[in-house]
Design a protein around this ligand. Sequence first.
Ligand code: AMP
Ligand code: ZN
Length: 116
Amino acid sequence: MVSKNCIFCKIARGEIPGDMVYEDDDCVAFRDINPQAPTHVLVIPRKHIEGLAETEPEDQELLGKLVAVAARVAEQEDLVESGYRVVINWGEDAGMAVPHLHLHVLGGRKMSWPPG
Ligand code: AMP
Ligand code: ZN
């Protein structure tokens, strides 16, 4: 399933440009347009899912795949030794802005905890 007017669906379909770092049949990863760390990559499913709270039991395998791709991207970006963070925002309090499920892979600087 794709959504016609969704910006991330359009990037996944190649209709608008993205700075791609990884692609396979199920998901794509591209650099965030407004990076919050020296490395900031978004991993998304090709399937349009609004976000984590909208996932179904049938999406379990895909969710596992997305996390595995996040780890692969972090390795590709040489972040394993220094460390990295994987974040999924949902809803207003978390500041979710784009309603297509995405995992942020952030690294290349020291990060604080708890997150702001
Ligand atoms: P979130 O707040 O979790 O919904 O994150 C949405 C992220 O998408 C933000 O970090 C934006 O900078 C990023 N973003 C929005 N539009 C684009 C785009 N066209 N290409 C790359 N990243 C984008
Ligand atoms: Zn979408």
